[in-house]
Design a protein around this ligand. Structure first.
Ligand code: FAD
Length: 510
């Protein structure tokens, strides 16, 4: 035991961040004499979006000992195999960012180097044709082990789309019923600090109740009630790199096929998401207010809906970036209170998850050794910057010429860390890994190839295989993909199986 252990943790905020934090902390700290309390305000709504995830969400559910299919049932969830990017590389274009790999590597040379070689030998087959999850997703189906090839072609992951409100409700019920988390309804109106060290001591609620703690977790959303407002931690603003600052969102009825992927469609001043859930479709237009008014954005979103709107559209204003220190004094921010990177790659929930894991990896005692916070903040900054670079690439590489918003995106000066990656790929097809990358080489490859940003030559080591041999092995890969894809089940059928009380026949361990 540390000499002066934390005895009480207070989480301010009951959105996805607050309840995800409560569940994971309570699970990992079980057995220790640490009281966990969460305050949520009935007067201040949650952001109400955050419905597409990345596969890491399943690690989170495993970590809190929850069955992924139970969560799907509780949250009207659907399967997500990746994101389809439409009209980004020019009107009429479409490419896919899958949660998986392309082709099969050979002799320690990545598959894409052979693919580049074959392109130079007049084989125009798109890279996406060597990716099983793309074939399955485009067919509106789901394929999980054991029906997958045993080689690289079968290596892919999946995530969810879910109703964020239902997800938070599920987590809230679980934290209170089984993990001993105390929920208090109230609005924080005052925060007390220690006169000597500046640490937070207690919060006061609108009804006068006072709650003290040793460690405070700020999950209060964009308000950043503790870290931003009370501790005055400055915001590192990345609006100059990621120009969208508004989203207008509305759900509509489901009229099209229940696709197992998120659709991101580029439009005049940003992009529009389509997230299919079992009971509705989530839609949102993420745009730059310097290029489009709110009224225009609403009108355009409504005009493009596939079904009837289920409510009035609502606008969400946001700023891209993060608090310079996400852990300051005895306060750690998780979720929107810490920062926000626009939702193009669905990274909000995964940043929450990694933030909690990082806090646990650097868990303090009441002495709050500054080296713990320093390392936590160093990693957090890197993680945000890596994701930022990936997102900036999407905008910078666009091929929508003649539209002011998109022309300005292509003209933008890039962070050196991103420029370095672009040089590495467009020069020699290299996909470097940087410390605390959230997106791995196949994701970067999907983007580079999708936008047609290709190197002029392939790796000389790819010449170990002749073009004729490669043509044969490429044909075999395409056949293997077609065979495996034929075993996939329609998404709706899969969900119907998930809806049953028993585990779906096609399910693998969650
Ligand atoms: C347009 C948009 C689209 C997004 N899409 C995605 C996506 O597809 N995938 C993804 O992973 N992420 C997405 N995100 C991010 C995701 O929505 C958030 O990361 C996630 O919902 C967590 O939000 P939060 O809990 O931090 O904040 P909120 O949901 O805003 O919750 C804040 C909580 O704090 C409470 N609170 C605030 N002030 C006080 C106070 N003074 N006293 C007491 N309580 C208080 C509120 O009552 C509320 O309970 C998106 C975000 C935006 C803006």
């Amino acid at each position: 035991m540390p000499s002066d252990p934390i005895g009480a943790i207070l989480i301010v905020g009951g959105g996805s961040a607050g309840w995800m934090t409560a569940n994971l902390l309570a699970t990992r700290l079980k057995g220790l004499p640490i009281a966990i309390t969460l305050i949520e305000s009935a007067e201040i709504a949650t952001v109400g979006v955050g419905e597409a995830t990345v596969p890491a969400i399943r690690d989170y559910l495993r970590a809190i000992d929850v069955d992924a299919f139970e969560v799907m049932r509780a949250s009207e969830g659907t399967v997500k195999l990746g994101i389809a990017f439409e009209d980004w590389a020019g009107p009429g274009t479409s490419f896919f960012h899958p949660f998986g790999r392309f082709g099969v590597d050979a002799f320690s040379v990545p598959f894409h180097q052979y693919w580049l070689k074959q392109r130079a030998h007049a084989d125009p087959t798109p890279l996406g044709d060597y990716c099983l999850p793309i074939a399955v997703a485009r067919a509106g189906k789901v394929l999980l082990p054991p029906d997958r090839p045993a080689n690289d072609l079968g290596v892919f992951d999946w995530a969810f789309h879910f109703d964020a409100g239902l997800f938070a409700k599920y987590l809230s019920a679980r934290a209170q019923a089984t993990l001993g988390v105390t929920r208090i309804e109230g609005t924080v109106t005052h925060v007390e600090r220690d006169g000597e060290d500046g640490n937070l001591r207690a919060v006061t609620l609108a009804d006068g109740r006072r709650l003290s703690a040793d460690l405070f977790i700020d999950c209060s959303g964009f308000a950043s009630r503790l870290l931003g407002q009370t501790l005055g931690e400055p915001f590192e603003d990345w609006s100059d790199l990621l120009p969208c600052d508004r989203a207008v969102a509305v759900a509509c009825t489901q009229e099209l096929e229940l696709s197992p992927y998120t659709r991101s469609q580029a439009h005049e001043a940003g992009w529009q998401w389509r997230i299919p859930l079992q009971h509705r479709v989530g839609n949102g237009y993420v745009y730059s207010s310097a290029h489009l008014s709110e009224d225009e954005a609403c009108a355009k979103l409504l005009a493009r809906l596939e079904g009837a709107p289920l409510a009035d559209p609502r606008t969400i204003r946001f700023r891209t970036g993060h608090r310079r220190k996400v852990w300051s004094h005895n306060c750690v921010a998780i979720g929107l209170a810490a920062g926000f990177l626009e939702p193009l790659e669905s990274t909000g929930l995964t940043l929450i998850q990694s933030g909690i894991e990082r806090l646990l990896a650097h868990f303090p005692d009441r002495g709050f050794d500054p080296s713990l916070a320093d390392e936590f903040n160093r990693i957090t900054r890197l993680e945000y910057a890596r994701i930022r670079d990936f997102l900036v690439l999407h905008y910078w590489a666009n091929r929508r010429h003649g539209e002011p918003f998109w022309d300005a995106c292509r003209a933008r000066t890039l962070p050196e860390s991103l420029a370095q990656r672009i040089r590495a790929f467009t020069g020699a097809g290299k996909l470097p890994r940087f410390e605390w990358d959230s997106f791995q080489p196949p994701s970067w490859l999907a983007m580079f190839a999708g936008f047609g940003l290709l190197p002029p030559r392939h790796d000389p080591l790819a010449d170990r295989q002749s073009s004729a041999d490669l043509a044969q092995s490429f044909a075999r890969m395409r056949e293997a993909i077609a065979r495996a894809a034929a075993l996939a089940v329609p998404h709706a059928q899969f969900l119907a199986e998930c809806g049953a009380a028993t585990r779906p026949a096609h399910a693998v361990p969650a």
